[in-house]
Design a protein around this ligand. Structure first.
Ligand code: GDP
Ligand code: CA
Length: 308
């Protein structure tokens, strides 16, 4: 059993690599839902959907989110009314949100609906939202304004400095069924190369999750989302800097040292291996930019072989 802590694009690529090297039915992903957003009355779960669509081979390779070959008729029709279109939902993607919302309204927990959706896409992996309860990431801007995560990330294109991140609802949330067990029983726990602040961090805010992970430190390997002092895409590097962290694999090592005993760093950061070790985490140097399925598979093999 392998358990992966997951955000969106970086995690989805990691999962796609792992499924090539182990039986997919032995993989559980614990996925961030702090990015979830209610739009048009619909429950949208961007990280769950990015993981699902990627594993199904249906992701749009150009954006890393949404479905390949998507059409946008609903958004175009909505523009006529001046409706909310800054968060783009493709026509077929909309069906996922319609289904999720309907099932939730019928009383099905998000974890149940997620299992239904992944089964419908033919996946054998288990994707677990970290919680079935409502949690929402909120960022604070330098002028004190608090913004829902997608307003910051999509509407403002994360082009504004932040001073803090909170996960509303987390303190009273419970881990979804299976989450703590998946951490406790995994032979390897993988912290995927996702944004440490807004993809991985929110998972730890759900009571019990961080402790369960710390207890498995000896079997937990993280993959750095920071390569050569920068994120591949998105605001992870700026967020780390704005919140006072070192934007390097050493900064990532310090963040993850309490819960991971190994950090996979990219070859371009090989010179920082000693500094990673000094932060208390064993460095493993490997190619980590998952540009092709082969690189992702090799990285999957690397994380599973760190104990041997
Ligand atoms: P989001 O939820 O879609 O924004 O995605 P994540 O939080 O999962 O991932 C964003 C982070 O993943 C960024 O910091 C990227 O640098 C990192 N990332 C994306 N693809 C890769 C990859 O192939 N390798 C590594 N090492 N990091 C990646
Ligand atoms: Ca996300």
């Amino acid at each position: 059993m392998i358990t992966v802590l997951a955000g969106g694009v970086g995690a989805a690529r990691m999962l796609a690599g792992l499924r090539q090297v182990v039986d997919p039915s032995s993989i559980t992903a614990i996925v961030n839902v702090g990015d979830d957003v209610d739009l048009h009355g619909l429950h949208v779960s961007p990280d769950l959907d990015t993981c699902t669509y990627t594993l199904a081979g249906a992701i749009n390779p150009e954006t890393g989110w949404g479905l390949v070959g998507e059409t946008w008729h609903a958004m175009e029709a909505l523009e006529r009314y001046g409706g909310l279109t800054w968060f783009r939902l493709g026509d077929r993607d909309l069906a996922t949100h319609l289904y999720r919302t309907q099932r939730r309204a019928e009383g099905a927990p998000l974890s149940t609906v997620t299992a239904e959706i992944t089964r419908a896409w033919g996946l054998s992996e288990r994707l677990l939202p970290v919680t079935d309860d409502r949690v929402r990431t909120v960022v604070t801007l330098t002028d004190g304004t608090r913004l829902p995560f997608q307003d910051y990330f999509v509407r403002l294109r994360h082009d504004v400095p932040i001073t803090g991140v909170e996960v509303e609802g987390a303190a009273s949330a419970r881990p979804a069924p299976g989450v703590l067990e998946a951490l406790a029983t995994a032979t390897t726990v993988v912290v995927a190369p996702s944004n440490p602040i807004v993809s991985i961090g929110p998972l730890f805010e759900v009571p019990g999750v961080r402790d369960a992970l710390v207890a498995r430190r000896d079997r937990t390997v993280a993959v750095s989302p920071i390569i050569g002092g920068a994120a591949l895409k998105g605001p992870a590097d700026r967020m780390l800097r704005e919140l006072g962290h070192d934007v390097s694999v050493v900064g990532v090592a310090r963040l993850y040292a309490p819960l991971a005993s190994v950090l996979v760093i990219d070859e371009v950061d090989a010179a920082l291996a000693d500094a990673v070790a000094a932060a208390g985490v064993r460095p493993v140097v490997a190619p980590t930019v998952m540009r092709t399925p082969d690189v992702a598979a090799a990285l999957g093999r690397t994380v599973l072989e760190v104990w041997s």
